[in-house]
Design a protein around this ligand. Sequence first.
Ligand SMILES: C[S@@+](CC[C@H](N)C(=O)[O-])C[C@H]1O[C@@H](n2cnc3c(N)ncnc32)[C@H](O)[C@@H]1O
Length: 213
Amino acid sequence: MEKQEIRTFGRRHGKKLSARQNLLIKSVLPTIKPTKIPANTGLILEIGFGAGEHLREISRQNPEKIVIGAEPFMNGVASLLSAITDEQNSIRSEYKNIRVFADDVRDFLRNTDSKFEQIWVLHPDPWPKARHEKRRLLSADFLELLSNHLTNDGEIIIGTDHWEYFEWIEKQAKSTKLVKNIPGLQTIHTRYQEKNKAGTEAPKYMILKLPKH
Ligand SMILES: C[S@@+](CC[C@H](N)C(=O)[O-])C[C@H]1O[C@@H](n2cnc3c(N)ncnc32)[C@H](O)[C@@H]1O
């Protein structure tokens, strides 16, 4: 990350990790970094996967693809690692296609040419106070960065229960080349969605795609 870049996430560390979680971060995380991604393999990215419930679901649904998750909150990364490993601390067979970038996704994207069939961003931090607006991840600049990492038919799938943030993202998207669709998705259950801090009736979703030529 360039030093002057504004941070879009809160904490990197929460409550103390268990001995097993520390072990997994030390011994398993380095083995699933998203380096040397084979060419001609379908790729999916989830940004800010939290504890990784949805990341695990898309990994199981897409065994032939590589599913990359980016998350700087180490307690979330540790929860994911606990869930995808067995008693011997080996990755369970159904999760062998998961790769993890345990930091700011912008650092990952600026250092890869990879193009994704899907980019998921579920419940990005809403930063509701006006003075924090600059911390919102889904700015026009960031959406442009994502658009450079989409396959021709690729989709950015965004969901938030913070309706004001949703409208703000719609405005940001208008100043990019991306085209918006409102999909008929069922509610996608993630840990954050269950908390529904915004107190709204339901999350709203949008899909952004490259224009057809
Ligand atoms: C409100 S939580 C939602 C987590 C999860 N998607 C869910 O729905 O339960 C937003 C997450 O985005 C992550 N995040 C914020 N900025 C990020 C960035 N620049 N790169 C990767 N993840 C980021 C935060 O660390 C946090 O875990």
